[in-house]
Design a binder for this molecule. Sequence first.
Ligand SMILES: Nc1nc2c(ncn2[C@@H]2O[C@H](COP(=O)(O)OP(=O)(O)O)[C@@H](O)[C@H]2O)c(=O)[nH]1
Ligand SMILES: [Mg+2]
Length: 215
Amino acid sequence: MKTKKQLNLSAQETNKLIAAENRKFFSENGIFAVNIIGSPGCGKTSILEYIVNHFDGNFAVIVGDVKTALDSDRIIQSGHKNAYAIETGGGCHLTANMISQTLEEMDIKNMDYLFIENVGNLVCPSSFDLGENLKIAVLSIPEGDEKVRKYPSLFLRAAAVIINKIDLLGLMDYDIKRVKSDCLAHNPNVKIFETSAKTGKGFDQWFQFLKEQRK
Ligand SMILES: Nc1nc2c(ncn2[C@@H]2O[C@H](COP(=O)(O)OP(=O)(O)O)[C@@H](O)[C@H]2O)c(=O)[nH]1
Ligand SMILES: [Mg+2]
């Protein structure tokens, strides 16, 4: 009988293999894939809705949640048809295989970007590679300013951090300087953006970054 540890290792190894296939697929088809990771409620879907309304690129969206297609419905309702839901049925993160199977259903013609909203969680999604080009961590002001210190694994791997709900800064105790220095302590090359999906603040810089990264 396999031990729990061996089973975990095998799941990770399988994931790595499929992630490599996804990465090859993205590269061969000119798709820049972005894995968006953050707590439930930090604003991941709101950021995607803002993208739908303001980003001038061809893209598709995959949204992962434990249950429901509520978030992909929000994307479709905001005017973007190319949005797909993955229900993990209990899993706390997306896997490379879930992405691979969803890609088979998708129309990838003219797709330059693929935005993937991972299951809301600061821990599990960070260690499951989906084959993406970019991991983005999303924080938000109401969560409190100690999350980078508490959940380091994501911040060691994310190329960029979005601090969302910046419109609420000043309404609650949040030491944004400390958060930025915690991010930089984990990854000195990390890019940090301050956004509000409500007002649109900070999105120009983040869109510019996405376009530069795709090049
Ligand atoms: N004030 C403010 N509220 C936001 C912002 N972004 C998202 N929200 C709100 O935060 C809640 C959770 O957002 P949602 O996008 O569903 O978060 P998700 O669970 O990470 O996908 C919703 O009520 C949003 O309207 C923001 O930048 N500012
Ligand atoms: Mg969401």
